[in-house]
Write a protein that binds this ligand. Structure first.
Ligand code: F0G
Length: 456
């Protein structure tokens, strides 16, 4: 490339106005929301980096595909277009559509989970962990040591610790129905898993005759990192890398709200006929008939088209470089962030930035609230609020206290991101003034969505 500037490889076709607010209005809004950013009205948010899930912009061709949506209850042409598009990248025998990723998780773990069982993962996402634990099974995270140290540089910090996996499969022989690998590792900083590591997981699981399932939400970003960082992969098509990843697994769960560039949808896929039949029966109970699984025909069309766009190199180059643009600028400003920068988000290390706030006073929550008050930026705590509550009701500090600034796909421009850099930098400059939080009320599971807080 002759020029350094990475441009958005699209131009704007339809605009959505943003509503500007004052700091005073935002202080009032967050107080009314019990200092929980999930409780805010989105119209009170200026730059919404809460999640990259379902919040991206669809393309002209996706909107056009929506017009082809066929709403037949069974056997719709849109179903075939969806299943064919999934199989181009993930050629599993059985494709089971669901309304989003956690529905696929709920069905899968209802089928294979249960008391006394254990499900390892590099790092379980919160809904995955909750769906495992809901069946009485134990969810274990086995990411490599580097993956737990925010400042360590490593090209594939999402990798599974293969020795730990081997030990677990030996010690808990007969109690592990499947091994999950999350690509990219969202809860560990959006960090990729290498092809070599995936082959290693496959080999360990083969030795113990245990199936491997992918939590593949950000498969295209993970494959791009493999292309960029792994030896011998640089000349390959991302779609080929994705197919190689799929061939290393026995099945997958997916949220189409991430890399497939849709606003809703997901699927569960596998090769095992018997498991597929059990899952389809559960699907009919809770999601819908197996050719639509809780989705409209038009949603299936949007996902099919999105999958083709998700593996385009110009898009992925822009996607990964623009996330790094935010993270690298904050790093250069001396703000502690998870290194290297992940695919879909920048993770601020709140525990390092706010050493005066103990983990059980939720430094991540405190930072997230401050970013909103200062600049209308909504991020998401990924730390002790999200993971600290134990199944027995006790509380422990999470491995890290992070604030995730997730970047919706194809949605914000470089000036929005420049503004975000300015806001984070201004808040970091007065980090010493921030105070911890105390929980006022909370539910018994997934508390981060609805808990309320007050400053200590
Ligand atoms: N697995 C991973 C790795 C995820 O990041 C998510 C969702 C899911 C499963 C569940 O999918 O939302 O369609 O039910 N992550 C979103 C996030 C919510 O903000 O990271 P879903």
């Amino acid at each position: 490339m002759a020029f350094r500037t990475i441009i958005e490889p699209f131009r704007i076709h339809s605009v959505e106005p943003l509503r500007l607010t004052t700091e005073e209005q935002r202080r009032e809004a967050i107080r009314r929301s019990g200092h929980n950013l999930f409780a805010l009205d989105a119209r009170d948010v200026l730059i919404d980096l809460l999640t990259d899930s379902g919040t991206g912009a669809m393309s002209r061709d996706q909107w056009a595909a929506i017009q082809h949506g066929d709403e037949s209850y069974a056997g719709s042409p849109s179903w075939h277009r969806f299943a064919d598009a999934v199989r181009v990248l993930f050629p599993f025998k059985h494709i089971i559509p669901t309304h989003q990723g956690r529905a696929a998780e709920k069905i899968l773990f209802s089928a294979v989970g249960g008391p006394d069982l254990v499900i390892p993962n590099n790092t379980h996402f919160d809904t995955t962990r909750a769906n495992v634990e809901y069946t009485g099974a134990e969810a274990v995270d086995l990411v490599i040591e580097e993956g737990r140290r925010p400042q360590d540089e490593h090209p594939f910090k999402g990798n599974m610790d293969l020795d730990a996996l081997d030990r677990l499969l030996t010690e808990r022989k007969g109690s592990v129905p499947l091994v999950m690998v999350t690509i990219t590792n969202n809860s560990g900083g959006g960090q990729p898993v290498s092809l070599e590591n995936l082959k290693g997981v496959r080999a360990v699981c083969d030795r113990h005759s245990v199936p491997v399932f992918l939590d593949a939400c950000r498969f295209a970003e993970n494959a791009w990192f493999i292309r960029e960082r792994e030896e011998g992969q640089g000349g390959r098509e991302v779609a080929d890398i994705v197919r190689e990843i799929a061939a290393l697994a026995d099945g997958m769960t997916m949220s189409a709200k991430k890399d497939p560039l849709a606003n809703i949808g997901g699927w569960l896929a596998m090769n095992d006929d018997d498991l597929a039949e059990r899952c389809r029966n559960l699907l009919i109970l809770t999601e819908g008939f197996p050719t639509y699984g809780g989705l409209a025909g038009r949603d299936l069309e949007a996902i099919a088209q999105g999958l083709a766009e998700a593996v385009e190199h110009d898009y992925l180059r822009y996607r990964i470089r623009s996330t790094a643009y935010l993270g690298d600028a904050l790093h250069r400003a001396g703000i502690p962030v998870v290194r290297p920068i992940g695919g879909h988000a920048v993770y601020l290390d709140a525990r390092a930035l706010l050493p005066h706030i103990p983990p059980l006073e939720y430094p991540g929550q405190s930072l997230a609230v401050a970013l909103y008050e200062a600049g209308g930026i909504r991020g998401c705590e990924i730390g002790t609020v999200m993971f600290g509550l134990q199944p027995d009701g006790s509380e422990q500090p999470a491995a890290m206290d992070l604030v995730r600034l997730a970047i919706p796909r194809r949605t914000y421009t470089q000036s929005h991101i420049d503004y975000a850099i300015e806001v984070v930098t201004a808040v970091a400059e007065r980090a010493g003034d921030l105070r911890g939080m105390r929980i006022v009320s909370q539910p018994s599971a997934l508390r981060h969505f609805t808990a309320t807080f007050e400053p200590v």
